[in-house]
Design a protein around this ligand. Structure first.
Ligand code: GRF
Length: 187
């Protein structure tokens, strides 16, 4: 099996990146993490790229041409899948069109519910009984692309934001990898 060369975009802690790197050590996992892109030079998650000798690119999103820089790197590293894992910048329509290959994102809610930021706070405020995470393809609509898979759990009435995040992220680690296996199953 030729493993797809994949780039993971991060902004912060990088626990999803860490987990994808771990799973990509299995020979039958369909992807190999070949590049990391980060829009925050102080992101804790960069440690996972460094520790695993994965090339990384830090971009300054205040610069007008930053997406062009990313596209050039993606080409250089022959990247055929982008995984957005906590990347806080919205990808432009132009980027999506110019890249032209698969981009997937993980979101900490059962989309189409709770698109956007501050998910956990809104889930609690809305007194939801159930929540979870969604892996979906990225299109020009925020958190609006085709769903690949979702995982859910019931919310205990004692859960606070922190606990909700913890439980959601446990599911995310499985969901991201299962979604990747699902999209490459027949290729
Ligand atoms: C994840 O919870 C994901 O759902 C959201 O951002 C968070 C990133 O966490 N899009 P980490 O940086 O992977 O730890």
């Amino acid at each position: 099996m030729v493993r797809k060369r994949t780039c993971v975009f991060i902004s912060g802690y990088g626990s999803n990146l860490k987990n994808l790197i771990k799973n990509s050590r299995y020979q039958n996992f369909p992807i190999k993490i070949s590049l990391v892109v980060c829009d925050n030079k102080n992101a804790k998650g960069l440690i996972h790229a460094k520790k695993n000798s994965i090339p990384y690119l830090i971009v300054d999103t205040r610069k007008r041409n930053f997406e062009h820089k990313i596209l050039k790197k993606l080409k250089k590293y022959k990247i055929s899948l982008i995984c957005l894992a906590g990347y806080m910048k919205i990808i432009s329509k132009k980027f999506i069109k110019n890249y032209g290959k698969k981009i997937i994102n993980i979101h900490p809610s059962l989309l189409p519910k709770f698109k956007g930021l501050n998910t956990f706070k809104r889930v609690l405020k809305n007194e939801e009984k159930k929540t979870g995470c969604t892996v979906h393809f990225v299109n020009e609509k925020l958190d609006g692309g085709l769903k690949i898979l979702q995982k859910s759990f019931f919310i205990d009435k004692n859960y606070n934001e922190e606990k909700l995040k913890e439980e959601t992220q446990k599911l995310e680690y499985r969901a991201f990898s299962e979604a990747i296996i699902k999209i490459f199953r027949y290729s």
